[in-house]
Design a protein around this ligand. Structure first.
Ligand code: K1U
Ligand code: ZN
Length: 173
């Protein structure tokens, strides 16, 4: 297992659409394990493959609180097959937008279909932080960041701040 470097915005790799995985083979399973190790090390509660520079439809999530047993989810080709009419506002962060936090409105509950680490099809129904996090990670697979839900002015301010920090060597390029 390995901790991988995380891509920081603005970066064209975060704006691309990731490719579906044909099969969860040993290579994809190893990527899932490395992503989980990277996410725990950051620390974070989710991570999508484009954030480690891999344009594959793979995400990992663990929203267990401190002191609770870990609840890692490894998902390939995750797909929202149902979402609630009811929405929820949650403050979001992103490991590719370090130290930036903003409220985002999304469906409160979602049903998600995916392939697990053993290439078996699974479905989960998620609410609360898990629903928010899974939707945030699936957005990454479609080249979308949480700042894309904000006004053009707010998004521009955040991305310019990060660009400046990268230029000054405060963040990984
Ligand atoms: O996708 C990512 O960049 C990970 C991101 C996931 C996320 C957080 C909040 C709402 C939606 C999606 C993060 O994990 S940011 C870091 C974070 O939230 C956190 C870090 C340490 C402890 C608890 C939370
Ligand atoms: Zn993110």
């Amino acid at each position: 297992m390995a901790v991988l470097p995380i891509v920081v915005a603005p970066d064209p790799r975060l704006k691309r659409t990731a490719e579906p995985v044909a099969t969860v083979d040993a290579g994809v399973a190893a990527l899932m394990d490395d992503m989980l190790e990277t996410m725990y090390a950051a620390p974070g509660i989710g991570l999508a493959a484009p954030q480690v520079g891999v344009l594959k439809r793979v995400i990992v999530v663990d929203v267990a609180r401190e002191g609770e047993p870990p609840q890692p989810l490894r998902m390939a080709n995750p797909e929202v097959v149902w979402s609630s009419e009811e929405s929820n506002v949650h403050e979001e962060g992103c490991l590719s937008l370090p130290d930036m936090y903003e409220d985002v409105t999304r469906p409160a509950r979602v049903r998600v279909r995916y392939l697990d680490r053993d290439n078996r099809e699974q479905e989960i129904e998620a609410d609360g932080l898990l629903a928010t996090c899974v939707q945030h990670e699936i957005d990454h697979l479609n080249g979308k960041l949480f700042v894309d839900y904000l006004s053009t002015i707010k998004r521009g301010m955040i991305l310019r701040k990060l660009q400046k920090r990268k230029k000054n060597g405060d963040l990984a390029a």
